[in-house]
Write a protein that binds this ligand. Structure first.
Ligand SMILES: *[C@@H]1O[C@H](CO)[C@@H](O)[C@H](O)[C@H]1NC(C)=O
Ligand SMILES: *[C@@H]1O[C@H](CO)[C@@H](O)[C@H](O)[C@H]1NC(C)=O
Ligand SMILES: *[C@@H]1O[C@H](CO)[C@@H](O)[C@H](O)[C@H]1NC(C)=O
Ligand SMILES: *[C@@H]1O[C@H](CO)[C@@H](O)[C@H](O)[C@H]1NC(C)=O
Ligand SMILES: *[C@@H]1O[C@H](CO)[C@@H](O)[C@H](O)[C@H]1NC(C)=O
Ligand SMILES: *[C@@H]1O[C@H](CO)[C@@H](O)[C@H](O)[C@H]1NC(C)=O
Ligand SMILES: *[C@@H]1O[C@H](CO)[C@@H](O)[C@H](O)[C@H]1NC(C)=O
Ligand SMILES: *[C@@H]1O[C@H](CO)[C@@H](O)[C@H](O)[C@H]1NC(C)=O
Ligand SMILES: *[C@@H]1O[C@H](CO)[C@@H](O)[C@H](O)[C@H]1NC(C)=O
Ligand SMILES: *[C@@H]1O[C@H](CO)[C@@H](O)[C@H](O)[C@H]1NC(C)=O
Ligand SMILES: *[C@@H]1O[C@H](CO)[C@@H](O)[C@H](O)[C@H]1NC(C)=O
Ligand SMILES: *[C@@H]1O[C@H](CO)[C@@H](O)[C@H](O)[C@H]1NC(C)=O
Ligand SMILES: [Cu+2]
Length: 575
């Protein structure tokens, strides 16, 4: 009899050890994503949109650092679809990365594909989105990566966590818009609104409504006084970098692209498409007599038309006395305020602590200098095109406008069938030197090709991205798949290979997967090519990507077995 408690204690301890070790090695999280249509009403118009599981924005993926995530994506629509887990490192799981015609053929109507990957060394917020044509306009959602069990945040424990997905809304069919633009060569039609968690907010007029605004079009963030909230902010907009602000409240930036940063305060933040950031919001100590708006608006220095509207949401305190309440809209920087953007982005620094070190490559094996920007293509058959001077709009990296192949690069590489799919002569430098941010050259025609850059395993890479003034200087938020990079330097004008490198920050540069090449300037990035596979790098402004501002890296296998890309899963879609 005396033994029984001891035996059960012993068993409890054994079970606890088993459970804890299971938790430590990570659990597997299963998701099913059904791609299907749904009718939604926004701006007083009903529209059929592509969704995951009938949700807009799509469902949240939640995992802990170290977990395996398995998502079965089933395509029930007429469009080809693939999903990208934006910012997830995909260490040796490149088959699950998702960009169509880069790492996989799209999932065709009635087909499915299981994305299977683990989350290694990352914690914070990321996003998932469709990665074909412009389907990510409605097919997107949050990825929430919690720290490992019992590991605290390196900042104040928040009372609650809230996801704010910023999006872009078009009344018209976006597939028709981009196909029309690529046909005519002209700029695509612009969006009608931005959205916060799918809602445009009360600063838009609804034509069919007698009210000036439709309250059901507005997201409300309900908060309690005197608390700290963790806001997981995601820019899922198609074509716009955004300013984000909450009236009457200061924000503390604590994380960017699932990497902790040195905390700093700002009233307005800048967030590019594809970027994610965690903010601490401290609410007022008691219910205020005002209603504070959360507002977002574009940052844009380009020459073309763009959506200059403001989306908003309500920060709602309990028991606000409506009679005394007045609405406060946060002041936002001017639409073209590059100084504000530079000031903000230069404040972002890696936490670089003992627990979260910044492993910056201090030596460089390969250097690349890439011009990024717009250009033109000749109008075929002496026809009339609606781009600059009767040409077609194009965009390029080192004057190569990347043509998507008709089969996926990763398969072509892995099965050694690259002939007629891609060539390995992507230029390390622009074809000729000019004043990149001065008067444009007299020939702005790009070259269409599918060229890649090949890197040996564990190459330490430095890439300087230089904006060009061809068709106007503009910020290009470049996104690299499969890696985080360190932003070791940035500046305005032309990069100077003699004067600029001594000023690089090799101590605590911010580590991210997406960073805006400054409008009329340059940025220097470093990363270690420790992940074998084919990795896309592109502008996350969707129209620039459609015009060809994209390229791919091939990272070769290393010598060791755990440095090689495993074979593809059996259900990998075929072209
Ligand atoms: C959307 O609305 C249209 C027109 O009312 C209707 O024909 C269609 O079945 C609806 N689609 C869905 C997915 O509910
Ligand atoms: C996911 O990948 C792991 C490791 O390769 C494998 O053990 C597991 O069976 C896979 N799961 C599914 C559902 O494919
Ligand atoms: C784009 O806008 C123009 C001008 O308003 C309109 O004629 C055209 O139909 C629009 N295209 C699409 C695909 O909605
Ligand atoms: C830069 O931003 C910080 C905080 O966001 C602000 O205090 C400072 O005044 C800004 N500087 C300029 C030149 O805008
Ligand atoms: C609201 O409160 C602020 C200070 O908290 C005060 O200055 C203002 O007069 C109040 N407004 C109304 C309408 O009560
Ligand atoms: C927004 O753009 C429209 C033209 O599309 C223009 O009439 C309006 O003045 C602009 N608003 C702002 C705030 O720049
Ligand atoms: C920004 O736009 C305003 C109004 O269009 C213009 O006056 C100003 O010169 C622009 N600033 C820059 C830096 O381009
Ligand atoms: C490049 O490709 C685009 C899109 O396919 C096409 O419109 C353009 O005419 C091509 N340009 C050249 C120079 O071949
Ligand atoms: C159109 O051509 C004229 C004359 O060749 C040139 O001055 C102008 O800059 C061109 N415009 C654009 C938008 O390329
Ligand atoms: C490049 O052009 C800019 C703008 O015209 C000018 O300020 C700068 O001095 C030029 N740089 C060189 C190296 O010519
Ligand atoms: C184009 O620019 C080059 C180099 O700047 C110059 O040699 C050439 O004469 C120019 N061509 C025309 C047609 O302006
Ligand atoms: C879907 O993708 C396949 C394979 O690339 C292609 O043959 C087919 O034309 C595409 N279908 C549509 C509707 O885009
Ligand atoms: Cu761009």
């Amino acid at each position: 009899m005396e033994m029984r408690p001891n035996i059960s204690t012993f068993l409890v301890v054994i079970f606890a050890i088993i459970i804890l070790s299971k938790l430590a090695e990570g659990t597997t999280r299963h998701y099913k994503f059904d791609i299907k249509l749904k009718n939604v009403t926004r701006l007083c118009k009903t529209k059929s949109i592509l969704t995951v599981n009938g949700k807009f924005p799509g469902p949240r993926l939640v995992a802990r650092e170290g977990d395996r995530v398995v998502i079965n994506v089933v395509n029930h629509v007429k469009n080809n679809v693939s999903i990208h887990w934006h910012g997830v490192r995909q260490l040796r799981s490149g088959w699950a990365d998702g960009p169509s015609y880069i790492t996989q053929c799209p999932i065709q109507t009635g087909e499915s594909y299981v994305y299977n990957f683990t989350i290694v060394g990352q914690r914070g917020t990321l996003l998932w989105h469709a990665h074909i044509s412009w389907l990510r306009v409605t097919i997107y959602g949050a990825i929430v990566i919690l720290p490992k069990p019992r590991v605290p945040y390196p900042f104040e424990k928040p009372y609650k966590e809230v996801t704010l997905l910023l999006g872009e809304w078009f009344n018209a069919d976006t597939e028709a818009i981009i196909s029309q633009a690529l046909q005519t060569g002209g700029p695509p039609n612009i969006s009608d609104a931005f959205t916060i968690n799918g809602f445009p907010g009360l600063l838009y007029n609804c034509s069919s409504s007698t009210n000036t605004s439709n309250p059901s079009d507005t997201y409300k963030l309900k908060v309690e006084p005197g608390k700290t909230y963790l806001l997981r902010v995601i820019n899922a907009a198609l074509n716009d970098e955004l300013f984000f602000s909450i009236a009457g409240h200061t924000l503390t930036i604590v994380e960017a692209d699932a990497n902790y940063v040195k905390p700093f305060d700002a009233n307005t933040i800048v967030i590019s498409p594809g970027q994610t950031t965690n903010l601490l919001l401290r609410t007022k100590s008691s219910t205020p007599n005002s209603t504070f708006l959360i507002a977002i608006r574009s940052y844009n220095t380009g020459l073309g038309a763009f959506d200059n509207t403001t989306a908003s949401a309500i920060l709602e305190y309990p028991n606000t006395n409506q009679a005394l309440t007045f609405l406060i809209i946060p002041p936002l920087p001017a639409l073209n305020n590059t100084l504000f953007v530079t000031n903000f982005t230069t404040q972002l620094r890696s936490l670089a602590s003992n627990q979260y070190p910044a492993n910056i490559p201090t030596t460089v094996d390969r250097r690349f200098f890439f011009t990024v920007g717009l250009g033109t293509s000749p109008c075929p058959n002496n026809g009339t095109c609606q781009g600059p001077n009767g040409t077609k709009f194009a965009a390029s990296v080192n004057n190569v406008s990347f043509a998507l192949p008709s089969t996926a690069l990763l398969q072509a590489y892995f099965f050694r069938r690259s002939e007629k799919v891609y060539t390995t002569d992507f230029p390390a430098n622009p074809p000729f030197v000019f004043n990149y941010t001065g008067a444009p050259p007299n020939n702005t025609f790009v070259v269409n090709a599918t060229k890649v850059e090949v890197l040996k395993f564990n190459t330490s890479v430095e890439v300087v991205l230089q904006d060009t003034s061809i068709q106007g200087i503009e910020s290009h938020p470049l996104h690299l798949h499969g890696f985080n990079f360190f932003v070791v330097g940035q500046g305005s004008g032309n990069y100077d290979p003699m004067r600029d490198p001594p000023k690089f920050n090799l101590k605590d540069p911010v580590e991210r997967n997406t960073f805006g090449v400054p409008s009329g300037g340059w940025v220097a990035l470093r990363f270690l090519a420790d992940n074998p596979g084919v990795w896309f790098m592109h502008c996350h402004i969707e129209v620039h990507m459609s015009w060809g501002l994209r390229m791919a890296w091939i990272v070769l296998d290393g010598e060791l077995q755990n440095q090689k890309l495993p074979p593809p899963p059996l259900d990998l879609p075929k072209c």
